[in-house]
Design a protein around this ligand. Sequence first.
Ligand code: CA
Length: 508
Amino acid sequence: MTKKWWQDEVIYQIYPKSFRDSNGDGIGDIRGITEKLDYLKDLGVTMLWICPVYQSPMDDNGYDVSDYMALAPEFGDMDDLDELIREADKRDIKIMMDLVINHSSDEHEWFQKALEDPESRYHDYYIFKEGTKRPNNWRSIFGGSVWEKVPGRDEYYYHTFGKKQPDLNWENEELRKVLFDMVNWWLDRGIAGFRIDAISFIKKDLTWADREPDGADGLAKCAKATRNMPGIGEFLTELKEETFARHKCVTVAEAAGVPYEKMEEFIGENGYFDMIFDFRYADLDIASGSEWFKRLPWTVKMMGAMYFFLRGVPFIYQGQELGMVNFERTSMDQFNDLSSIDQYQRSLEEGLTEEEALRIVNLRSRDNARTPFPWNAEKYGGFTEGTPWLDMTEEYPKINAEEQKGKTGSIYEFYKEMIAFRQHGPYSRTLIEGNIEPVGSGDDVIAYRRFTEEESIYCLFNFSGEERTETLPNTGMVPIWGNLEETDMDGKTIKLQPYQAVLIKENE
Ligand code: CA
């Protein structure tokens, strides 16, 4: 594959509502991001992916857009965004926006017009079915039926996610054209590209037939009939040709469930997108062969290195560079996440006690990743001068940016050094562009090789709390990078300390 410009990027994901509040209303905003650009430059990231800041009733934290070409006032206005793009550019940092075009908010003007008048052109921008009962038994991703009744009419509308997120009808050519115009309008503003939300859901099974129920609610997961369905390729090709292909931009698709044999179609030389997220890693923390909520005690630095040196553009989520931790909420009132609230209800329906349901929601809630960013040990971590919209983690007086910056051995300095090593070190070409293959190793060790025709780097990661000895692939190997000071090797073996990450290569 020919090298693409975006392969040299290290991308940092910002959840704007929780990053930095510039005006004391408790909600992070665009000017807050601009304030912190020097921090991001120091860390070494080259592109920011900003979660949705579009106008929205925020029923699903901005993944419910009510106007694609306006910003939510709590985040700022277009001038603020232009300023961010300009100031970021001065620091060689690019801006990637989120794109949510599988569905809109029910408060979008199109949907409101569709509800008011079934004869309106906007009615066909969405998926409506006439009738007095639900058209089928599909379950939405956030729980409950995918169908919601239209008040005052014998009609239902379809939603893959929340009921305030009606799906857009991609079968309608006029709608597609309107969406493409909007995408081009954004790219013309100077953004570097898009992370594209839930895009594998845009093609539905048009028979709308019932599926075999798979839960106590008598419903069936809608993903079986709405994700990566035959015909989706035509929509994705058109989207690319009408928009992305006309700009120098980068696209990352959230496309869960794409099988490996389809990767070429999605992200090959002529794929629909440049990259996709591989969700197979998302459940890596669940111990295999045990109850799903049993967690593995892995530590941040080793995990961070294991994924960072894989082939592909690394993404860092805000706070990851500080080793931010989950929270423990004691009551459901403390949750904001729509999906957590639905999961809690479903867990109760499945027969769990309130205590069990709360514990499970605590472990996997998206709110864990949405707690405000801790900049320092002051009140509310320097995130806001007001009251934060969501409680901080209890650990912020210990785990914060000011505490870690410049401190030897901190997770922040570890990330900074690791980014610099990948981007600007003597082995950058191999680590960025090189091929990858797995290397045989003991059960608790993950090992892979990054290589070009000239160079071979072995990356080893001990996932256990005990020493592990591995046979070296060749004699004369030397360590070139690691998370510990010492690397214990003789001519034939390497003794890995608990949670050690190390990169080694042949001595020249
Ligand atoms: Ca604010």
